[in-house]
Write a protein that binds this ligand. Sequence first.
Ligand SMILES: Cc1ncc(COP(=O)(O)O)c(C=O)c1O
Length: 390
Amino acid sequence: MFNTNSHHPVVDGLPLAALRNRKSFKWRGFPADVLPLPVAEMDFEIAKPIRDELIGMLEVSDTGYLGPIPELGTNLAAFALARWNWKVDPEQIFTATDVGVGMVEMGRTVVKPGDLIMYNTPVYHNILNWIHELKCEAFDAPLAKDGEHYTLDLSVVEAGYKKGVKAHFLCNPHNPVGTVFTKSELASLAELAKKYGVTVFSEEIHAPLVYESGAFVPFLSVSETAREVGICVTAASKSWNLAGLKCATIITAHPDQKARAEAMPMAVHYRASLFGAVAAARAYECVDWLDAALVTLDRNRKFVAEQLAEKLPTVGYRIPDCSYLAWLDLTSLNLGENPTEVLMEKGKVAFNAGIDFGPNSGQFVRLNFGTSEEIISLAIDRILAAVNSK
Ligand SMILES: Cc1ncc(COP(=O)(O)O)c(C=O)c1O
């Protein structure tokens, strides 16, 4: 388990009234009577050192363009080494506006329009949008299910690679199913990628939010082969709640992949924001805050299970191994073709619709538990109210 010593700050969900004043999409994107639990951002206060640094910059109108922020590379590398024993070369860290831009712009150095890109449903819906943005064809190698646990289906992956897949957009660890892939799965994947000439884009934005310490395996840490075929795209934005500040990082660990990153237009790097880069650099030092957030999220992931057991015992839920997203199977509630719509209309509660994550997920919703117990409990009550009003 992550470090739970008592010096941590307490990080927990803000009261609903305070959250309603937020201007972010989660709090502005829905009618005022709807309780919003989609959108992967947390209802917590950000770490004080990040806040202080940003306020300090605003106070002196340090609001210009992004230039070199060497502490981003060195702090990220120090964090990766301490957290995952992964040696990152600060010279092979490149900024991009956000993970989406990083995936697409780095993707352009590997694929051309019409190429096949693999992804693994059910998966974060924008991965498919990035494939389409690259004007490529998506090749789905759905995750295999072992009881309630999802894994990569390496035989389906290999079949796809054989058919000419050029790049694989891997969500590691996985959103929305909360799976952390093992070193042996990732090592086998790297060997397959090398055999068939596939570039693996390991999208690792949720990695700092893996609950069990040592469980997360960065793809580029797995083997020499992984470093040769792989590119990591990640950000501090999910784990320290900085998405609006706009800065992600592309990480390479091989001269050929580094050359690809350097071949991207310079604009890709400086279209990240100054605030985002400074905040990310500081975030990688805020390990106490992260571990405190994980204490609360750990409690919340179990609280979701307790609430469901008490109020909606037939709903399917596997407690995720990472992050703050609960993947709920509502099949037994018989809410019709589009459960999310029914919950919104009859329960006044919003979730991400499962269907957006893959073709067989129509009866699922994704609930964001990066919030208070009060809001989680209210959300489950509202699902119950929608069910009872049918
Ligand atoms: C797996 C995954 N990748 C990327 C993102 C978004 O990252 P960005 O806003 O940096 O594009 C999210 C946000 O929820 C996510 O869950």
